[in-house]
Design a protein around this ligand. Sequence first.
Ligand code: RBZ
Ligand code: NIO
Length: 349
Amino acid sequence: MTAPDFPRAPFQTMHALREACINLRGPARAAGQQIADREATLTKPAGSLGRLEELTRWMGEWQNRVMPSLERIQVIVFAGNHGVVAQGVSPWPSDVTAQMVANFEHGGAAINQLARIGGARLDVICLEKLRSTRDFTQGAAMDEAGFLSAVNTGYVSVSPDTDLLCPGEMGIGNTTAASTLSAALFGGQGSDWAGRGTGLDDAGVTRKAHVIDRALSFHGESLRDPLEAARRVGGFELAAIMGAVLAARHHGIPVLLDGFVCTAAAAPLFALSLDGLDHTRLSHRSAEAAHMRLAGLLGLDPLLNMALRLGEASGGALAIPLLKAALACHEGMATFADAAISQADSDAT
Ligand SMILES: Cc1cc2ncn([C@H]3O[C@H](COP(=O)(O)O)[C@@H](O)[C@H]3O)c2cc1C
Ligand SMILES: O=C(O)c1cccnc1
């Protein structure tokens, strides 16, 4: 578990970042067609491996490979702290963020186990030495320099030769940032987006909803721009996730998004460009109530429904074996010709 050496920051200005979010490469349709053609020859009724078939095609189209690879998988957990914790939005103190980073480093967290099972490398990256953002009910969470630095850190943490990226986060208070950012991007009020996070009771959820409403009215029209919304009511680790997901797009790396916080962090890319998350799949449906509201708005259909509500990239890591299974079938199955199996009467299908 090592932090990579960082090359020069790719985005010096908000304008440069915005351009990079808008000028996106598309999928390699020719590779996808070849994958579909091979799939049709494999010894099974057409379409019978359901979403596994679609996942293979998706990986191949973004990797631009007729035979996709899952040799090099990167799980990256970005850690950051949140000034809005001062408003009583989490049952846990901000100190837990650093304590969990130490736990990641000692191999004791859920993500250590799940990344190992998935055969993935795990990087843990602390943003701003875990200095808190500004309380966004009273000002912008980040200034432009801090926001860009976090986006750049996320961007350069993705190795261009990675086959699959699973981004995740650790940051006490960050479900409030995710809810506020979701409301800023897609509308609605605090009560539409506030959930229990790490275990708030009903009174706590009501308080959290009011905090979100106060932030929305404080920032007002400035939230109309997705990057401004991410800077004003997001967080350092959310900005880094956005940077990492953008880097994956530029390098042709498919991405498994995690739960509510990770999905909200990536959502500005969709708000800036409707195809901005086409290289991602949603690994799972989080138990955080607003996750499915957000997923529906983004057009993302979760692969797993395991009632996880953890973060840390846990859902993404848990779904890696599904992708490996899809690939194993595509790669290893015999064709009808190889196995000398008669095919269905095409008039009857
Ligand atoms: C021990 C512990 C480990 C965690 N791992 C992820 N989270 C998750 O919970 C936090 C968000 O929830 P809220 O907004 O309610 O604070 C984030 O750190 C998230 O990654 C954890 C939380 C705790 C307490
Ligand atoms: O779904 C998530 O991302 C989530 C839910 C609860 C706590 N932390 C993260």
